[in-house]
Each structure stands twice: as structure tokens, then as C-alpha cells.
Write a protein of this length. Structure first.
Length: 92
């Protein structure tokens, strides 16, 4: 009886979840440039395994992506400063 229960547990299938991919600014810019070279959004989405809407958002944020460092993954991280003038005065 103990052996059959062990077999039942081992025969269970597990559902694996898709891991989220985090793209840094350099990779996003490279994909945007690939689009600007004449490739369609559908083919790019299939090739890089991303959503078309995600690509559209990156294209709209291209000027901001060009300003940040290449390794940055998120554009707006952290809370907005309450006193930005005071912060810059303290840091300089």
C-alpha cells in the first residue's frame, strides 16, 4: 500500500510558470533600432518573445531610454522628492 501511494505522488504533473524577463535600457534600445530598420512589430514580438504592447511602450519612451544609463531596467523608480531644491543643495 505504501508503494502505490508513492507512485501516485510521483506521477503528478506540475505546471511551470513563465518567468518574467527584465530588459535593461540597452536591450530595449537595440530592439527599438531593430524596429526602425524596417522589421514589423509582430515579427519583433515573436522573435524576442515580448508583447506588441510592450514594444509600443518602449518606442514611445525612447527619448527617456536614451538618457538613462545602459543597465537601468526601470525608468521611474522610487518616490518623487518632496523638496527637490533642498535635495540638490545638499548633494552638491
Amino acid at each position: 500500500m505504501g508503494r502505490s501511494q508513492a507512485n501516485k505522488r510521483s506521477n503528478r504533473s506540475t505546471i511551470t510558470e513563465k518567468k518574467k524577463r527584465h530588459w535593461n535600457a540597452r536591450e530595449k534600445i537595440a530592439i527599438i533600432m531593430y524596429h526602425e530598420n524596417g522589421h514589423s512589430k509582430n515579427k519583433i514580438a515573436a522573435k524576442f518573445n515580448i508583447q506588441i504592447n510592450q514594444l509600443h511602450n518602449w518606442i514611445s519612451k525612447k527619448p527617456q531610454l536614451l538618457k538613462v544609463q545602459p543597465g537601468v531596467k526601470c525608468l521611474n523608480t522610487g518616490a518623487k522628492l518632496k523638496y527637490p531644491a533642498l535635495e540638490t543643495a545638499l548633494l552638491t
